[in-house]
Design a protein around this ligand. Structure first.
Ligand code: TNX
Length: 510
């Protein structure tokens, strides 16, 4: 990259990019592919047609002609890698449909318009990801989002090659997934949401629909049933499985500051406090219930991971906490899935071997936090890195942001959210022990799809780049990201994504 030449508006920036001629898009432009990548080609043709208004005919199994956009599978290359070359049309090649799909997402970012109409910017690209796990978490427990709203969110994040959607399905304020034999979980526990907003839940069919929509975009769903704390919604439905709430200083201070109510056993909890609820530990009926829930959730989930939560269990005695996460992780492992837990569970020393830890400490770990995280690696598992002071999409951007929270050394500017490297966060853990990264969007204050957009964009693209692009890539600088983020605005506008026009970025005229 020579000084002064603007980078292509690609996020995440590819492994290698060189110049090639641009390609004009016209009514004659076709998308041509084979049977195996029909789905990927269909999504591409539909997206380009929607953006440009051109017809974008899809043809399967014919010889390409000059000017066509071609998706081809070939030998060699990594699972998610692809190449893209413009010239006499556009050729995307990959070893797998998944790689081809990421190639189509790159192509979409190359579409631009000039006085003569739509075209694809010229580029000769080879690309593959740094990490296999590039996740976003959506908290549908504090506020519920419908299947259609979640699918729209999947579309938006998938543009940045995010391949995992972690759904935080249960918390104190609501239970969002139907479980056979336990109807009150959704009937009573699912009725409410934070701030007294309307609740909701996914039937098994709804959940399957989200999974299928994600799968068509090569995205894996990771369900989280947060336990043994964050379980007040169980209290509302089946109080026999839970303990009385245990107050803590933070909870009481937050309730006073925000003028919100404290938890009451058996009554819905609509406030933002954490750390007061706990299921009963060592109680056979409760263990059977929890095991049934995890077994059913695992059976509904084709992906390899099931998340058991384990965060902020201030209301659970440490010995009980260890007993519980040992039991829950074993129940998940018995289904053939890999358990995932927030990093605190590492301290228990009781997790099933191979359990994956999700680190949510700061970029510079607070005392003891790195040790808890390292225990997952020592137990044969791996880590997902989600530094709360950089990767949390619910942190305010600056002091004037109305939505969101600030507890994680916030506010978190767009620049700050991009200033970290996953391999440099937990000392003593090397790159091969890191599954990848995740950007969680907690939803205490996030009530609508517009709120989701506002907190997700423009920080997500930079976070996605941290998960995909090499740490030492030539465009891995704030100066470059800033320019490339600005160039996402037309596509966001076209897709109706209400991004935050951060003053850190020189946006094009709206
Ligand atoms: C901490 S991070 C939580 C959540 C909150 C979030 C708000 C983590 C594992 N737990 O319960 O929603 O902070 O930012």
């Amino acid at each position: 990259m020579s000084i002064g030449v603007a980078p292509l508006p690609l996020i995440p920036y590819p492994t290698s990019v060189s110049a090639a001629p641009p390609v004009r898009l016209t009514e004659a432009t076709r998308v041509v592919t084979g049977e195996v990548t029909r789905g990927e080609a269909f999504l591409l043709a539909a997206a380009v047609a929607e953006r440009t208004g051109l017809g974008m005919e899809l043809v399967i199994g014919v010889s390409p002609e000059p000017g066509d956009i071609v998706l081809a599978l070939g030998e060699g290359g990594s699972d998610e890698g692809y190449s893209l070359r413009t010239g006499d049309g556009v050729l995307i090649q990959a070893a797998t449909p998944r790689g081809a799909f990421w190639g189509t997402q790159t192509l979409r970012q190359l579409i631009a318009r000039d006085a003569d109409g739509w075209f694809v910017r010229g580029a000769d690209i080879t690309d593959s990801p740094r990490f296999a796990y590039r996740g976003v978490m959506l908290d549908v427990a504090r506020h519920f989002f419908s299947v259609a709203e979640v699918c729209r969110f999947i579309d938006g994040i998938s543009a940045y090659k995010i391949n995992v959607l972690h759904l935080h399905l249960t918390d104190d304020q609501g239970w969002r997934i139907e479980i056979d034999g336990w109807p009150k979980l959704t009937e009573l526990g699912g009725r409410t949401a934070a701030l007294g907003d309307e609740g909701g839940y996914y039937t098994a069919e709804d959940y399957a629909e989200i999974i299928a929509y994600a799968a068509a975009r090569h995205m894996t769903v990771v369900p989280e049933i947060d336990t043994p704390g964050h379980t007040h919604a169980i209290t509302v439905a089946y109080p026999e499985f839970t303990e009385q709430p245990v107050m803590n200083e933070h909870l009481e201070a937050d309730a006073a500051r925000l003028n919100q109510a404290l938890p009451v056993f058996g009554e819905p909890y609509l406030s933002w406090g954490v750390g007061f609820s706990s299921v009963k530990v060592g109680d056979p009926a409760t263990d059977a219930f929890i095991t049934d829930v995890f077994t059913q959730v695992a059976a509904m989930t084709p992906g390899p991971w099931v998340h058991l939560g384990g965060d902020e269990c201030l209301g659970t005695d440490p010995a009980d906490f260890a007993t519980f996460v040992g039991m829950a992780s074993a129940a998940i492992a018995a289904t053939g899935k890999t358990p995932v837990a927030w990093h605190e569970a590492g301290r228990s020393g009781a997790l099933a071997p191979g359990t994956v830890g999700q680190y949510w400490g700061f970029r510079t770990p607070q005392p003891g936090v790195a040790d808890a995280a390292r225990t997952f690696v020592e137990g044969g598992g791996a880590l997902i890195i989600s530094p709360a002071d950089a990767a949390y999409l619910d942190m305010k951007y600056d002091d004037s942001t109305e939505l969101g929270l600030a507890w994680a050394d916030g506010p978190t500017s767009v620049e700050e959210s991009y200033a970290w490297d996953p391999a440099a966060v937990v000392p003593g853990v090397d790159e091969s022990q890191i599954l990848g990264i995740e950007a969680p969007l907690w939803a205490e204050s996030i009530r609508t799809p517009a709120d989701i957009d506002y907190m997700t964009y423009p920080r997500l693209p930079g976070l996605a780049e941290i998960g995909w692009s090499a740490a030492d890539g030539p465009e891995r600088t704030w100066a470059s990201l800033r320019e490339r983020v600005a160039q996402q605005a037309p596509a966001w506008q076209a897709d109706g994504i209400g991004y935050y026009r951060s003053p850190e970025i020189d946006w094009p005229q709206a």
